[in-house]
Design a protein around this ligand. Sequence first.
Ligand code: ZN
Length: 245
Amino acid sequence: MKIGIISDIHANLEALEAVFEAFSDADAFFCLGDVVGYGPSPNECCDIIRGRNIPTLLGNHDAALAGKMGVEWFNPAARDSVEWTDKILTSENRDFLKNLPLTYRSCDFVAAHSSLDCPDEFSYIRTPWDSVSCMDGMPPNAVCFIGHTHRAEFFSQRIEERNVDTLEMQSGGLIELKPCFRYVINCGSIGQPRDGDPRACAAFFDTEAGLVDIRRVSYPMDITQGKMQAAGLPSSLWERLALGL
Ligand code: ZN
């Protein structure tokens, strides 16, 4: 099975469509959450995810729009985008967000938006140390996909050892999954990358070959930025898209 793992779409329709096109060899997709927030096309992105029946987890922006968490921890621009999205979100898409689960477990992989442990706290895994408690909740030989930081990277831990290695993957590339290791893999962000590369980012997981390919995909960003300007979203949000920050 070849699965496209996508995360942090953030209402960026142009980036989402470009990734679907670039991942036409995928048998299925899985979404790690934050379909909405920041970007100008929340309904269009929810409609596509729902229309394709893509299993999706709850992100923190989704939770805010679903009324499951407050926005007091959001920065002012993020808060503005949540308020703007709140005004235009359809009731069908709000119901869709309300029903998203926090975690996923199957024999192929486990997943959460932020971390497998305390997934409703939306803490960030940025360092090997941060990943240890997530690793502790994983079965041996397991792969856990996460998003949330908008940075493609992975953490690996040999079973029965505490030490965790990490590698940044912002240029994309292959991760060969070795037996006797656990992996926490951040697939980066479709709609608002923050690792210095403005191209959309997602992971292509070949479950039989044991390979995860982190791919970067160009998209017509000027269209997205134009929509954000027209919607009156904070300028910092569309300016940062070009920087990948
Ligand atoms: Zn996000």
